[in-house]
Design a protein around this ligand. Structure first.
Ligand code: TXA
Ligand code: MG
Length: 353
């Protein structure tokens, strides 16, 4: 097998409690970023693979480390919401959104200023900015003193990493430094909205800032068709990342749309070794020898489902199942983020029962 290691990776654990005094690991990470290196860091959503967003060569190293297609742009992380002004033209709606949701799991796409390299925008006229709430991410951005471009810190095509172990699995030897900050709070990537010229928001990726949150805030929001459905042939891709099959386990994943009783019967009839991502309330009633169960959390507990989804997909992927099944989530609240990640991991294979 080809050796993935390309360099020595420096490891450091930084917890939020160690941030009261100057932290040597973060000082080193900040220096590496300023000098064009790559540093993986925790955020409240998923881990990010960062590099100086104003240095085209540094940003290019991100694509090399992830094996990411060059036409998929990066999110630029900033320490304070006001810094967006240096990167893009910010309409008044941005300041209002920032007051309501930043720092936090919201990414906003606006028209880029010329200082943003094409390696970051993938040649688009726009740039995505996000101000993360994770204390370690915030401290790192202050240390670095430069905006940090960072996609999720997984190899292209595998689930976003939500803990240090998953980062190490994918990225050991591919980046200059990895900061372990424990498990990510949300476990799904940030909500992405594009600010349109008519003052509306186009929701490109649902996350922990929900459609309901944005509507309650007073925004007029359109949900991009690819969020809940498959892209049709010839349809324009509004966010390049939407066209790639993401988070895809090796075994085929199917989403089951039906009553629990029908799902149980369906699973009982399967042949081979299969896995089912079950709600806790269902676990006891699906005791089938050929079905391995993975707990998604309680049915009503979408935060815990979001937090475990990528971990479960990684774990299940190692077991070479013939197929993996999961219940089709509802699209209410945080459920929309789960639905969006799951239909893409399942390549839109939904079985009506
Ligand atoms: O929570 C998150 O957003 C994490 C953490 C690390 O901040 N980052 C993340 O980045 O998920 P990434 O690269 O895995 O996903 C960013 C998505 C991609 O689908 C990309 O195509 C889209 O954002 N994107 C970035 N810039 C864009 C732009 N200017 N226009 C449209 N889509 C854009
Ligand atoms: Mg990603």
């Amino acid at each position: 097998m080809e050796d993935k290691r390309q360099r020595e990776t420096v490891y450091a654990a930084v917890c939020a409690d160690c941030l009261t005094k100057k932290n040597e690991s973060l000082a080193l990470a900040g220096k590496l970023l300023r000098e064009g290196g790559t540093v993986i860091f925790p955020t409240e959503t998923v881990y990010g693979l960062g590099a100086n967003a104003l240095d085209p060569d540094a940003a290019a190293r991100i694509y090399a480390a992830k094996g990411r297609p060059a036409d998929n742009p990066l999110i630029v992380h900033i320490a304070e919401p006001e810094e967006a002004d240096t990167l893009c033209d910010c309409p008044p709606l941005y300041a209002r959104l920032a007051r309501a949701f930043m720092p936090g799991p919201l990414t906003v796409i606006m028209t880029a200023k010329p200082c943003v390299p094409k390696t970051v925008t993938a040649g688009l006229p726009t740039v995505a900015v996000r101000c993360p709430a994770h204390p370690v991410a915030h401290a790192l951005l202050l240390e670095a003193g430069v905006p940090v471009a960072a996609p999720s810190a997984n190899l292209s095509g595998s689930p976003s990493p939500t803990c240090f172990l998953h980062v190490k699995e994918d990225m050991d030897g591919r980046v200059d430094m990895i900061i372990d900050g424990g498990e990510c709070d949300y476990g799904v990537e940030s909500t992405i909205v594009k600010l349109e010229e008519d003052g509306t928001l186009l929701l490109l990726r649902p996350g922990a800032v929900t459609l309901e949150d944005l509507t309650a805030f007073g925004a007029r929001v359109t949900v991009a068709p690819a969020v809940l459905g498959a892209l049709k042939e010839g349809e324009t891709v509004l966010s390049p990342g939407m066209k790639y099959r993401h988070y895809a386990p090796e075994a085929p994943l199917y989403l089951l749309d039906g009553s629990f009783e029908n799902i149980r019967k369906f699973l009982a009839d399967r042949e081979g070794r299969v896995a089912y991502l079950a709600y806790d309330e269902e676990m006891a009633s699906i005791a089938l020898p050929h079905v391995t169960l993975y707990s998604l959390g309680e049915m009503a507990d979408t935060p815990s489902q979001a937090k475990s989804l990528f971990r479960i997909l990684r774990e299940a992927d190692k077991e070479n199942y013939d197929a993996i099944y999961a219940p089709l989530p509802s699209i209410r609240g945080l459920g929309m983020a789960l639905y969006n990640r799951m239909i893409r991991a399942a390549a839109h294979q939904i079985i009506k029962l």
